[in-house]
Design a protein around this ligand. Structure first.
Ligand SMILES: Nc1nc2c(ncn2[C@@H]2O[C@H](COP(=O)(O)OP(=O)(O)OP(=O)(O)O)[C@@H](O)[C@H]2O)c(=O)[nH]1
Ligand SMILES: [Mg+2]
Length: 367
């Protein structure tokens, strides 16, 4: 059946210029189809936002046909420009090779993979510059093999636009600090160089550990799910910050990830009220899963506690220092940081009877 006949795409003058975007290999078609199918079924068949697929090589005919078959929205197939996916001339290749060997040997996830470094760099500083995305103001990032569990009955892009949200996430978890030993010192030097770029209503404190000399606590928005404002990423503050990190070589001599970089960027340059926790969108990437409470009528997942996933990438047993509270509590602050009787980080919390209260955001109230 043609989904257009059920949900006619009535173009309204105010429809946000937005797209679903996915960097993906031809070989990941099956995994992508599963992600796409679920997001189309639960959400996009009602809104028909276009899909933009990116690849470091041309997409195959099979890939195009299969993906186009899953949506009645427009699909675009783009190749990443060579200069956004190659070794810059200021990088010492020998030092890069040593880093691949070293991070691989100590077991940092995909630390040995050259393509992974390019992927992280592209997601940090290049995706929003691609000519195709210049047609759009907002994006929702979708990876192969992820799951969407809930019917989403509102236009996420309209919500983001109308409420001036610059960045939306649905998991905040600890990252492996061995992948970016110099990220915080490099970020600190950027702050010292450009104090004027720090937004007066930004909140960086949730990312700093008072028990560890005020250093970065390694919390990150888990960026395989993100909804954001492309104009923010193209703006002066983020662009200068990315350039500063890139010049330091951390994408190649270390394994700087786009997740901690996006997290630090928006936490420095965006008012906190413009960062949104999509607690209502059930989602899974590998073993990391987020499922909203009290949403049995529209979600097909078991509700997860607010602290879920905190230790998934960095186990409790690792020697890495942990912040005093889980990353999401650090972000939410306020009452979320008050310890309940018997509360410890090690214990997965059963969801309390009173449900999630969200946090007040200019009167948008509870999620
Ligand atoms: N076209 C293309 N896509 C890539 C390449 N490397 C990664 N990607 C895509 O970038 C996204 C992230 O890559 P992953 O390897 O899954 O990285 P990750 O999610 O941090 O790692 P996992 O936790 O192992 O899934 C996925 O959408 C991949 O399909 C590449 O070399 N070429
Ligand atoms: Mg992945």
């Amino acid at each position: 059946m043609n989904v257009r006949s059920i949900y006619p795409n009535i173009p309204s003058p105010g429809k946000p210029r937005a797209a679903l975007i996915s960097l993906v290999r031809n070989s990941e078609l099956e995994g992508l189809m599963q992600s796409m199918h679920q997001l189309e079924y639960h959400w996009n068949r009602k809104y028909q936002y276009p899909w933009v697929f990116f690849n470091d090589e041309p997409f195959s005919e099979d890939f195009r046909k299969a993906t186009q078959n899953l949506t009645s929205a427009d699909c675009y197939y783009e190749v990443v420009p060579e200069e956004h996916w190659s070794l810059p001339d200021w990088i010492d290749e020998g030092r890069f090779m040593n880093s691949l060997e070293y991070l691989g040997a100590i077991g940092v996830g995909k630390g040995w993979m050259i393509s992974y470094r390019h992927m992280c760099r592209w997601n940090s500083g290049f995706f929003y510059k691609h000519p195709r995305l210049l047609e759009f103001d907002f994006y929702w990032r979708v990876e192969p093999d992820v799951h969407f569990f809930c019917d989403i009955d509102y236009d996420v892009f309209r919500f983001v636009r109308d409420n001036k949200i610059k960045y939306g996430f649905n998991m905040a978890i600890l990252d492996d600090a061995r992948s970016f030993p110099s990220l915080w010192s490099r970020t600190r030097s950027f702050i010292n160089k450009h104090p004027d770029l720090i937004h007066p209503e930004a909140d960086l404190d949730w990312l700093l550990d008072p028990l560890n000399s005020g250093d970065y606590n390694n919390c990150q928005f888990f960026s395989n799910f993100e909804v954001g404002d492309l104009r923010y990423f193209r703006g002066e503050a983020n662009e200068k910050y990315f350039h500063w990190l890139d010049q330091g070589g951390g994408f190649f001599y270390e394994r700087f990830g786009d997740a901690p970089i996006h997290t630090l960027s928006v936490s420095m340059f965006v008012p906190k009220r413009e960062i949104w926790f999509f607690r209502d969108i059930g989602y899974q990437h590998d073993t990391n899963r987020h499922c909203p409470p009290q949403a049995y009528d529209r979600c097909i997942c078991e509700p997860t506690s607010i602290d879920e996933n905190f230790y998934k990438l960095v186990p409790l047993e690792s020697p890495q220092k942990k912040p005093a509270d889980t990353c999401i509590r650090q972000f939410l602050g306020g009452d979320w940081l008050k310890k309940k009787p018997g509360w410890t980080q090690e214990k997965e919390l059963a969801w309390g009877g009173d449900g999630f209260h969200g946090y007040e955001l200019d009167g948008f109230g509870e999620l």
